[in-house]
Design a protein around this ligand. Structure first.
Ligand code: ZN
Ligand code: MN
Length: 132
């Protein structure tokens, strides 16, 4: 398992279960998805624990919080720069690992220093295309 929070993150068994679930997870799960999964191992775990753990991991920069799904926040353990594509029907999210040339000068944006970008693509996945 990868290291989280530069060792500052207190690892309780519940937190480890959440981290195990997230490690290498490419499905961009919601807090509810994560809760449902860890509940199998920790039936007494509360949703608040999951929520607070996700919040701590987000603050320490170990996971990304995605707002591409308008219905619920989604989480991504891959914090390297990449973009996302969401299916507007089933809300599945896939990664787009491709560099786009976005040349915005500091002058254009009132002197801001651009430190990052994130592009959201919307589409209909192959599964949903078959159904319609
Ligand atoms: Zn779909
Ligand atoms: Mn991603």
């Amino acid at each position: 398992m990868r290291k989280y929070g530069n060792g500052k993150f207190k690892l309780t068994p519940q937190r480890i279960a959440i981290l195990d679930y997230l490690d290498g997870n490419r499905s961009h799960p919601s807090a509810e998805d994560i809760y449902k999964s860890v509940l199998k191992r920790f039936p007494t775990m509360s949703f608040a624990t999951v929520y607070n753990t996700l919040d701590a991991l987000r603050k320490s920069g170990d996971i990304l919080e995605l707002t591409i799904d308008p219905e619920k926040k989604r989480f991504d353990p891959d914090t390297k720069l990449h973009h996302h594509l969401i299916c507007i029907k089933c809300k599945s999210i896939v990664d787009i690992h491709r560099k786009f040339s976005l040349n915005i000068t500091s002058k254009e944006v009132g002197g801001f220093e651009i430190v990052g970008n994130h592009i959201e693509f919307y589409g209909i996945c192959p599964k949903c295309r078959k159904q319609s």
